[in-house]
Design a protein around this ligand. Structure first.
Ligand SMILES: Cc1cc2nc3c(=O)[nH]c(=O)nc-3n(C[C@H](O)[C@H](O)[C@H](O)COP(=O)(O)OP(=O)(O)OC[C@H]3O[C@@H](n4cnc5c(N)ncnc54)[C@H](O)[C@@H]3O)c2cc1C
Length: 421
């Protein structure tokens, strides 16, 4: 079949890869000049199947009203005159109670584990390298009561297949010696030894190159302006080229992978996707030679910050701003991230060469990405809304789409949308 994939972020590129592996003729349409230049560019780098909690949870519900209207909290709400923003927030709050949270958490973990297995197989098949490390992720605590809560949850979640080990402070220092700087305050941590880290942008670019070698056609500089529909199907995609020319592409099947731009594009053809952008920041800093800095995936529970070691760099990320589609970089926010990283790894980071970045997470209220066939158009598949953990879920979501296109139910207990036919 001829398939057009819309968007070349990590989700579009992995989708193209798995479709090509199944023998389809695949074309990817992307407005930027390369793959992975938007949300997939500089994320936290954590491939986190076992430690990824939905952001909509009972704790968020308790703190939300203090968080939402202040400027110095991990979650910031900047109200806009946008009905979609308010409706998304309302639905997000509806996902917070324990019953919804538990259900969402298990679905996320199922997809995460399925995805990590797919990533491992892809790595073995292609030898792809992307500053990956298989040393696990450690969520560390400096507050006793928070650690106790997380330890109780870890025990409870073991029954649902989530593998989280509770460590005391000494055990944390043993696996991550760079935590020495907080030794006195450190209470312990939750360790997911089967999780991984790696540079999502390198992965996206290198997989795009492999896919191109395997026959996928990447058409960059194509801004999708219109999806032409009729008779219950997608008829064509109209794009505008960098030089202003327009062109029309057709295929048998179409897969929507436009990240934060997905909801607006889908709305134009009457498809409602509950996705809203949630902005986050990252700072990437070189590690000074011989210095002691994070060596794995690390999350500071108190500061709500995530760190990854990516080769000779450290990536530090934080913050969630529900503030519309603005991607501008607030220098103050980034300096705050640098200060926290320096406190944790004193003298280890070359902050003079820090690279600041901001990206928009394509978030659904439940944190669950929307994957499957759209009911309204018989040749439209959706693979988007990966929010906080699109890197983690990329290979699994893409493999699932490739199965669904063949009419097979993916081997993963997850609420895929639409019928399998
Ligand atoms: C601060 C931060 C930290 C994160 N940390 C992690 C992490 O540790 N682990 C993890 O698993 N995930 C993490 N994520 C989430 C992850 O980065 C995203 O879920 C993922 O990158 C989304 O990929 P995507 O392909 O859907 O979107 P994108 O990468 O944005 O790709 C969408 C593509 O569509 C293209 N496009 C849009 N509109 C058009 C158009 N009209 N015409 C043509 N092309 C178009 C865009 O140019 C873009 O290339 C983080 C995100 C942020 C912001």
């Amino acid at each position: 079949m001829d398939v057009i994939v819309l968007g070349a972020g990590i989700i579009g590129v992995t989708t193209a890869w798995y479709l090509r592996q199944n023998g389809h003729n695949v074309r990817v349409l992307e407005r930027r000049e390369q793959a992975g230049l938007e949300t997939s560019f500089a994320n936290a780098g954590q491939v986190s199947a076992h430690l990824a909690d939905p952001w909509a949870n009972p704790t968020t519900l308790r703190s939300v009203f203090t968080w939402l209207f202040r400027d110095d909290t991990p979650l910031v709400f900047r109200p806009r005159a946008d009905i979609h923003q308010w409706s998304w927030l309302f639905k997000f709050l509806r996902e917070c109670p324990a019953s919804r949270y538990n259900r969402n958490l298990v679905h996320l973990a199922n997809l995460g584990v399925y995805s990590r297995t797919a990533l491992q197989a892809l790595r073995a098949q292609t030898g792809i390298e992307y500053d990956e490390r298989q040393r696990g992720i450690l969520l560390f605590f400096t507050e006793e009561d928070k650690l106790r809560g997380a330890a109780a949850a870890a025990k409870r979640l073991a029954a649902s297949g989530l593998r989280r080990e509770v460590l005391d402070a000494d055990q944390c220092l043993e696996i991550e010696p760079s935590l020495q700087s907080v030794r006195d305050a450190l209470k312990g941590g939750i360790y997911s030894r089967y999780d991984e880290t790696g540079d999502a942008f390198k992965f996206t670019q290198r997989l795009a190159a492999l896919a191109r070698d395997a026959g996928v056609r990447f058409d960059y500089g194509n801004d999708i302006r219109r999806v032409d529909v009729g008779g219950g199907a997608i008829r064509a995609i109209d794009v505008q080229k960098a030089d202003g020319r327009t062109e029309r592409y057709t295929a048998d099947q179409y897969v929507l992978c436009l990240g934060p731009a997905s909801a607006r594009m889908a709305r134009k053809i009457g498809v409602d996707l509950d996705i809203y952008p949630v902005k986050g920041y990252s700072v990437t800093m070189p590690v000074r030679e011989g210095a002691l800095a994070v060596s794995m995936g690390l999350t500071d529970a108190a500061q709500k910050m995530a760190f990854s070691r990516l080769g000779d760099r450290v990536r530090a990320t934080a913050i969630a701003e529900i503030a519309g589609y603005d991607r501008s970089i607030d220098q103050k926010r980034c300096r705050q991230i640098v200060a926290n990283a320096q406190r944790l790894f004193p003298d280890a980071l070359d902050t003079g060469r820090a690279e600041y970045w901001a990206g928009l997470r394509p978030m659904t209220p439940s944190n669950l990405p929307i994957i499957g066939r759209n009911g309204r158009y018989r040749n439209l598949l959706i693979n988007t809304g990966h929010g906080t953990i699109g890197w983690t879920q990329s290979c699994g979501s893409a493999r699932a789409i490739a199965d669904i296109l063949e009419g097979r139910r993916p081997d993963c207990d997850y609420p895929f949308i639409g019928e399998m036919r």
